[in-house]
Design a protein around this ligand. Structure first.
Ligand SMILES: O=C(O)CCC(=O)C(=O)O
Length: 322
């Protein structure tokens, strides 16, 4: 028999969150979250070696299938709204009219959505499961730099071009922590990510724009050469698996030509030491962990810091080879 009753208070508070409206902002129950127990996660020797040699590793079953289903619901509720606001990024293949089918297929990405979606924030970005891993890389003070939901809808989901994350950021950072977790299976057919193993050992390459680029991308000739040399790994993942990769790793995801949607949630975390040496300060910065304790409040706390000499990045130049 399926027992939906929480067994104890901890389960109760972690399963259900209670919004109280205090007139200015939504405050969520933080009773149990402030006591989140962190284990000292360590990679296995094989994961460590794979990260060093190939620039990534995979962890299986980190987010539960039940949580993944709830979060797919949160995301779909949002994109079905007549006006989902500023967070959405249209899919360039958008062929659809203004129907539920059209809205479901219309968007490729939600940017910075977790700061207005408390379930995504608590269950993924500020979860013990993710922070436990992030802490190994970044220490006890952790800042969220970016967060995205990558939608890749059935039949219309477009490609994400080959890029290095730090090639897009243009802030000089090479050591932040990147994670990506699918909320439904990510397969070769529906557009799982592809990595060029070992490509994280290259410098940060200047990204360029082609006539059909949706954002800056690695020069296509260079990508061809790298693939000939190192091949491609297809990162097939089940619901709730997590892939961690180095910010200089060359990666891509193809269009989704199948009937199966492929929603994933991603985050990039950094820490105050890295931010101090960065060329840019991002307005999205939010605290996720302070002194080894998960930050439980919602909306997440802004990071008040200044960097020495912030620089405006140059726009991406036009590609030479198009
Ligand atoms: O989800 C995708 O298809 C692309 C994700 C990606 O490129 C990234 O998170 O940097």
């Amino acid at each position: 028999m399926c027992n939906l009753r929480p067994r104890n208070l901890t389960e109760f508070y972690t399963r259900y969150e209670f919004p109280f409206y205090d007139g200015t902002r939504c405050v969520f129950s933080i009773l149990e979250e402030s006591k989140i127990k962190m284990t000292q996660w360590q990679p296995t020797p094989a994961q460590k070696t794979q990260y060093e040699n190939e620039g990534y590793f995979i962890l299986r079953n980190i987010i539960s299938k039940e949580v993944a289903a709830e979060l797919r619901g949160v995301i779909r509720n949002h994109i079905l709204l007549p006006d989902p606001g500023q967070v959405v990024d249209m899919d360039p293949m958008d062929p659809m009219n203004d129907s539920p089918e059209g809205r479901i297929a219309r968007y490729r990405k939600l940017s910075n959505f977790c700061v207005q979606a408390p379930l995504i924030w608590h269950k993924i970005h500020a979860s013990a499961e993710i922070l436990d891993i992030a802490r190994y890389f970044l220490g006890d003070d952790i800042i969220m730099k970016f967060n995205s939901c990558f939608l890749k809808p059935a039949r219309t989901g477009s490609a994400t071009p080959w890029h290095q994350d730090n090639g897009l950021w243009r802030d000089g950072e090479t050591e932040p922590f990147n994670f990506w977790t699918p909320l439904e299976p990510a397969t070769r057919e529906n557009g799982c990510m592809q990595f060029i193993p070992g490509s994280h050992k290259t410098e940060i390459i200047e990204h360029v724009l082609y006539a059909d680029s949706i954002h800056g991308e690695l020069p296509r000739e260079l990508v061809k050469e790298m693939i000939e040399k190192h091949g491609v790994h297809h990162i097939e993942l089940g619901t709730g698996d997590v892939v961690i990769w180095h910010s200089s790793l060359w990666h891509y995801s193809p269009p989704n030509k199948t009937e199966q949607s492929r929603i994933a949630v991603a985050g990039v975390y950094t820490n105050p030491e890295i931010v101090k040496t960065s060329r840019r300060f991002w307005h999205n910065f939010r605290w996720v962990m302070k002194d080894g304790t998960v930050c439980p409040q919602f909306p997440p706390e802004n990071v008040e810091m200044k960097i020495e000499d912030p620089q405006k990045p140059k726009p991406f130049p036009a590609a030479k080879d198009y």
